[in-house]
Every structure is written in C-alpha cells, then in structure tokens.
Design a binder for this molecule. Structure first.
Ligand code: C2E
Ligand code: CA
Ligand code: CA
Length: 759
C-alpha cells in the first residue's frame, strides 16, 4: 500500500515537474533511436539464425537422403568381400574335389568358368607351382608377401586390399584359402572388374554426387573409429582422426576441431549414418556460407531500409509534435518580447520545487529596471522592448551556475537560483549583474538611474508555497533606496516584522469596519479658515487609527494598507459615516459649518460610490450642502469620463468637491476647466516654498490666480507661519488651513474650539 502511494507520488512528480518542451522531445528521440537500433539488431540476428538454420536443415535433408544409399555403399564393400570369399570357397572346393593331380589347364578352365583373372596354387614351401597363367609358375614370393604372412597365420582365408601384381603391375584384389593338404589357393580378380562391380555403391562417387547440391563444398565419410573412409576431395582418405580421451569424436567434429578449411567460409555439419540400426559412421558435410551470406546480406539490407524509413517517420512525427507543443508552451509560458519563461512558469516551477523534500537550496533575485515606464512613455514601446531584450541577453550571457531567468512583469525579471553556496554567492551574482546597464551611455538620462535594482530572498524552510516567496522578494526590492547608493537588498527580519505589522494593522482595520471594536478609527478635525474674516467655515475630517498593538498609526500608513488589501471601500464608508454623524451633531448645536472628508480613489471607482454617499447623508438626514469631499487628481487616471460624471451627480445633489494636493501629481490647469469641482487645495509643497524662495520666483500666487480664473475657490493647506498666512492673504487665497490656526483635534476639542470662536 505504502509502496503503491509512493509510486503514485513519483509518477505525479514526473508529470507535475515543469519542464521545457525540449526535454520530452529529447526523451522520445532517444527512446525511438534505442528502439529502432535494438529492433534492427534483434531482427538481423533473427535473419542470420533463420538462414543458418535453413542451411542446417538443408544439410540434414541431404544427409538423410543419402544415408540409405550410403548404407548400401558400405554394404557393397562387404558384398564384394563376400563375393570373393564365395568364389574362393567355390574354387578351392572344386580344386579339392578334383581327385587327380591338378594341371595348369584345370585352373585355366576354372578361371574362365568362375570369371576370375588369376588362380594360383602355392605348395607347402610357399612356391607357386600351378597357375592359370603359365608365366607365374615358379614364382617365389618375397619375405613380406601376403602369401607368406597368410600361411604362417592360422587364418582359414584372407582377402587382401587391392594392390598391384608384383610381376605385371596390374591391380588386383587377391583372396587366399588354405586347402586341407596345407597348400594355399590364391584367387585374383582384376581391380577394374571389382570397380565395375561396386561402382554403383561407390562411396566417393556418392559423396561427389552430394557435392552437386548447391552450397555443399565437401563431404567426408568418417567411420565410427575415426578413419576417413570416403572424401569428396579424396585427399584425406585413410587419415585417422584422433581425439582426446573421453571426448567423443562427434563432439570434436561438432566444435570443428578437425576443420581444415576457414570456419568463416564453411559451415560443417555432422550427420550420423546407421547401418541396420547401429551407427557405423558419420557424414561430415561442409557447406559454403557464401550463398547464405549473400541472402543474409540482402535480407538485412532490406530490413535496414524498412527500419530507416520507420525511424525517419517517427522522427518526423516527434518533430511535428515538438513543434506544436513548443508553440503551445510558448503561448502559455513564454514572454514574447524576451523569449524568456514567464511568471506563470516561474510560479509552477517554484511550487514544484518547494514541494520537494528534501529540497534544493533555493534563492530568488528580482531584477528591476528603474524608471522603465518613464522610458517607454518618453521613447515609446519599441525602445522599451529593445531595452528588455538587451537586459535579458546580457544577463543570460553571464551564464550563472544553477540560475534560471524569467520575465516576471513589465519591468521586472526574476532569477531562480538552485544549490548556490552561500549568501555571499548571491551578493557576488548581484554585483556582477549590476554591471549590466539597462541603457546605452548616451541614452541614459541620469547616470544613477542607469543601474538595475535587485531584491534578494533566500528561500528558507519556512516557505511552503510560492506566494510568500514571491511577495517577500518584492518587499526586499521595495527596500532598495531610490538614490542608487546600494543596488540590492536582501529580505530580512525587519522587513518581515513590517510585514507582520501590516497584517496586524489590516486585521485591526477589519475589526473596526465590522464595528466590533469601537475606538480603533477615531476622527480628528482641522479647521478651514475663511481668509477674509479669519473665521472657521469648515472642518477637514482626518482619520486616526488607535491601534491596540502599535498605538497611533499615521493615516499615510493605514490608508495605504487598507487600499492594498481591498478594504478601503469599507473603511472609507466607516469614515464617511463618522464624519457625517459629527456634522449632524454640529448642525444640531447650531453651527452651520461644513465637514470635508478625504475620499480614496479606490472609493470613487466603486460602482456604488454615489449611492453609498447619498444613502449615508440621507440616513443622517442632513443637507448635502454641509458635506464636502476631497479627492486627488490621480482618481481621474483610471476613467476620467466616468469619475467626472459621478462628481457631477454629487454636486447636483448639493455636495462640494475639492481637488486635494493640487500641483503634485498629474496636475493640469487645462483640465480644471472640465472638472466638476468647487475648490482646489494647493499642496503644502507650494506653501513651504513661500519662506524659502525669492518672491519673484514664487509661483504659488500664480496658482491661486489660475484657480480663480477657472471660477474655483483656492484653498491653502499646511499654513504654519504668519509669513505664509500674510503672503497667501495678499495673493487673494480664499481659505486657509494649517497648524498656524489649529492642529487636527478630536471631537470634544473641536467642539470647544468652535464654541470659543462663536463667543
Ligand atoms: P491630506 O488630505 O493632505 O491631509 C492634510 C495633512 O496635513 C494631515 O495629515 C494634516 O494633519 C496635515 N497638516 C495640517 N496642517 C498642517 C501644517 O500646518 N503643517 C504640516 N506639516 N502638516 C499639516 P494627516 O492627518 O497625517 O493625514 C495625512 C494624509 O492621510 C492626508 O493628507 C490624507 O491624504 C490621508 N488621510 C487622512 N485621513 C484620511 C481619511 O479619512 N480618508 C482618506 N482617504 N485619507 C485620509
Ligand atoms: Ca485632505
Ligand atoms: Ca492635502
């Protein structure tokens, strides 16, 4: 069971592991090549075996076919022996029967009658005394003559192998028979006659006959005691094949111990020959391999051709599949500007890597191109693409060990590094990479921007998923200072703490929104002062966060956290409700001054923004005239037309609208004309400059005049000093706000401030 799940896991891993398309193709190519090669080898081997087997069967059939005749042939020699024996017996019994002294004429008659060439009688002294051939009479055989050997022996008859007659030189087959009186009868049959007699069964003839068969190169007949009795070549007849003790002859023959011809040219087969049931010898058939070779060659040639065709077809199919997969892969996982794998692929890869255990040492380096969007805005997208391609090329050219580069987002690359040595290695990598400059020298607007910025993260064991790792490396990058003093930052504990701070603040904000903890979000109010009367005409509502964890948290921080985490719309609603409730209280106490509420762009773009504002005001049952909203110009960036229409609806209801932080963002006077707003709040930046810049360089007054030109009210915020107040009043500014008059105050203090003013 355990094993099975293990296998399943392994299989899943194989499937899940994100790979390049090339990998699969390589594997299939490899497999196809191996299969085709193996197949070819096996089939070739089969073909060879098939043909050798065929040859063997041929030899076998041949041997079997001749085996019968061969037995006959062997029988034939004994028949001849028998014949001579019979003749000998016949002749000697006739001679014995003649009861008078034999004369030569008797033997002449007998020879004719018995159809033999010679009949001689030797007396007891071994001298030829009577003969059918007169010339031989008186012949005294030499010492080693067969007659002498025979008469000394105790044999009753003996047949000598064919030999030449000592006197005439003609070849004869001689037989000897001892008569009762001790004399010896010799009968000789002319060899030619013997030959004629047995030619039909002649062993060598038969062997030669076998030779006429295709593929048969030579045939030998070997007796069971190892003597070559017959040979198609005739050369080796009489040779005795001696084997080692205990090794049967057939085995020695089988392994080619006696093979005289080259083994690679001839194949020898052994076939036993039986004579009336018992093995009398063996046929040794030598087959030439030439024909078989030729057939094998042709067949293998054909098969190879077929396999090559199959191989080519398979490769073609793999290539087409590869091409298709490559295109699909590139669509899904590749960035088409740099051809690098994209963020999606990185996430898959990271997910996979983080799931392994044990897993490789991993690090992420985020590579950021500063001011990239500015460059594309100024020089166009083509220039931007070229820059990205250059960077991708130059980073790849560094060929960093274990590293893989991804195009992560617009102006960010990501590098995943596996099995690096230590943190210092990463530092070295980033220092080397900072030599890669995004812009050509002459294109760089400012040198300090012409270097890449890096965020680095060592992915420790606490990281379980890719989301956290990607988030933290981004945090590290965000901690790189803009001044270019240091181009890389590692993610560390402090940043991590900041992150947990963000989470905790987010959680507290959620509690506040869900109305579970009353006093987390508290409103402070800062007076808006009429520049002419220097009397309070309104209040700006500024949210304060009283964190259980961190004490007072600046709105600059918690508003951003709310925006980032998708709770700004709800938080904004809460703030608006609190401000409207306070306004109702003011009105109930008889103070007809308005409250201005800061609205985040995220609130404005909500579909239900207008209806939400409307319902809150209606619920409090107050005149919309006493509510003002402050929005920044950035809100128009998203959908200018739609936002402007929403503002019109609100103004038609009676609300006031002002543009906050004017002059900092994407300010344009030309647009002021079209916007449905009542007043413009000039950013503190222009107020601060009043005491710092020479009067004739100051543009603050010009801004006020321009605002007036569009029929709008000019508001100055952040007025701290009397000089600023004097200047602004002298330039005709309508409304003033700042520490010079009052800091933001909580409700009670605000109320007593207003009461005092009205005394
Ligand atoms: P802001 O809308 O520009 O608000 C004015 C900021 O200037 C306030 O800071 C205020 O306390 C500060 N300020 C007022 N007079 C002076 C002065 O004479 N000198 C100096 N140096 N500062 C002065 P605060 O309350 O910290 O708010 C910061 C920003 O947070 C606000 O800028 C606004 O953008 C945002 N914010 C505050 N409350 C809310 C809110 O309820 N909703 C939204 N969406 N944003 C808010
Ligand atoms: Ca404001
Ligand atoms: Ca402001």
């Amino acid at each position: 069971m355990n094993k099975k799940t293990n296998i399943v896991r392994k299989a899943n891993e194989m499937i899940e592991k994100p790979r390049d398309v090339g990998f699969l193709t390589k594997v299939s190519m490899y497999l196809v090549t191996v299969f085709v090669c193996l197949g070819l080898i096996i089939v070739s081997q089969g073909i060879k075996q098939h043909f050798v087997r065929e040859l063997e069967v041929n030899a076998d059939n041949l041997a079997k076919g001749y085996s019968h005749s061969l037995s006959k042939s062997i029988e034939a020699s004994s028949v001849v022996e028998q014949l001579i024996h019979d003749k000998l017996l016949g002749i000697s019994s006739i001679i014995t029967d003649i009861d008078r002294d034999l004369v030569n004429q008797d033997l002449i008659d007998l020879a004719r009658q018995m159809d033999v060439g010679e009949i001689h009688i030797y007396d007891v002294d071994e001298i030829l005394t009577i003969s059918n051939v007169e010339a031989f009479i008186g012949f005294v055989p030499p010492e080693n003559h067969a007659v002498r050997d025979f008469s000394k022996s105790d044999m009753s008859f003996y047949i000598e192998p064919i030999r030449a007659n000592m006197i005439t030189g003609e070849f004869y087959l001689y037989g000897y028979e001892r008569m009762t009186d001790g004399r010896v009868v010799q009968v000789g049959i002319n060899a030619l006659k013997v030959e004629k007699l047995i030619s039909g069964f002649h062993l060598n003839n038969m062997l030669n006959d076998m030779m006429t068969h295709e593929d048969v190169a030579y045939v030998n007949y070997i007796s069971s005691d190892g003597i070559i009795i017959g040979s198609s070549s005739g050369a080796d007849i009489g040779k005795v094949l001696e084997t080692e003790e205990k090794k049967p002859l057939s085995m020695a023959l089988d392994i080619g111990e006696f093979q005289l011809v080259p083994k690679e040219k001839y194949h020898e087969f052994i076939e036993p020959v039986y004579l009336s049931g018992t093995e009398t010898g063996m046929l040794l058939i030598g087959m030439t391999l030439d024909g078989t070779r030729e057939s094998i060659k042709n067949m293998i040639g054909f098969v190879t051709f077929v396999f090559v065709m199959i191989y080519l077809a398979a490769i073609m199919v793999i290539y087409l599949l590869h091409d298709k997969n490559r295109r699909l892969f590139s669509l899904a996982y590749e960035d088409d500007i740099t051809n690098l794998p994209n963020a999606k692929f990185l996430r898959r890869m990271l997910t996979y890597e983080l799931r392994q255990s044990p897993r490789d040492k991993l690090a992420l380096i985020m590579v950021h191109v500063p001011r990239f969007s500015k460059i594309t805005m100024a020089k166009g997208y083509e220039e931007g693409d070229t820059i990205l391609q250059d960077i991708a090329k130059n980073i790849s050219a560094q060929d960093i060990e274990g590293a893989r580069l991804f195009r992560y987002s617009e102006e960010k690359f990501m590098m995943l590094i596996r099995n690096y040595e230590e943190k210092e290695t990463l530092v070295q990598i980033m220092e080397n990479l900072s030599q890669v400059i995004p812009l050509q020298e002459e294109r760089a607007a400012e040198k300090r921007y012409n270097t890449l910025a890096f965020g680095a993260l060592e992915i420790g064991d606490k990281y379980k998923g890719e989301v956290d790792a990607l988030k933290d490396v981004l945090i590290a990058l965000n901690n790189v200072d803009d001044d270019g003093s240091k181009s890389y930052v590692f993610f560390d504990e402090v940043m991590e703490m900041n992150i947990t701070r963000e989470n905790l603040i987010e959680n507290e904000l959620k509690l506040a929104i869900e109305n579970q903890v009353e006093d987390i979000i508290v409103m402070a109010y800062q007076p808006l002062i009429d520049a002419k009367t220097e009397k309070i005409i309104g209040l700006e509502a500024l949210a304060r966060m009283n964190s259980k964890m961190y004490g007072m948290v600046s709105p600059l921080e918690f508003i951003q956290i709310a925006e980032k985490n998708g709770i700004m719309a709800d938080l904004g609603k809460l703030i608006l409700e609190k401000a409207v409730t306070f306004e109702k209280k003011l009105l109930e106490e008889g103070y007809g001054i308005r409250v201005a509420v800061n609205i985040s762009p995220i609130q404005v773009i909500q579909d239900d923004f207008v209806s939400t504002v409307k319902s809150i005001i209606e619920k409090a049952d107050i005149d919309p005239l006493f509510i003002e909203i402050e929005i920044t110009e950035s809100v128009f960036l998203s959908n200018y037309e739609l936002v402007n229409r929403k503002l019109k609806v609100l103004r038609d209801m009676g609300l006031l609208v002002s543009i906050d932080d004017f002059g900092t963002g994407y300010s344009s006077f030309s647009r002021l004309k079209e916007l449905h707003v009542d007043s413009v709040k000039i950013d503190q930046y222009f107020i601060r400059r009043i005491t710092k810049i020479l009067p004739d360089e100051l543009i603050t007054g010009d801004i006020i005049r321009m605002v007036h030109k569009f029929g709008l009210t000019a508001v100055a915020e952040g007025v701290e000093t009397i000089e600023e107040r004097d200047y602004l009043i002298s330039q005709g500014c309508d409304v003033l706000q700042g520490y010079y008059y009052s800091r933001p105050m909580f409700e009670e203090d605000t109320l007593s401030y207003i009461r005092k003013q009205n005394e």
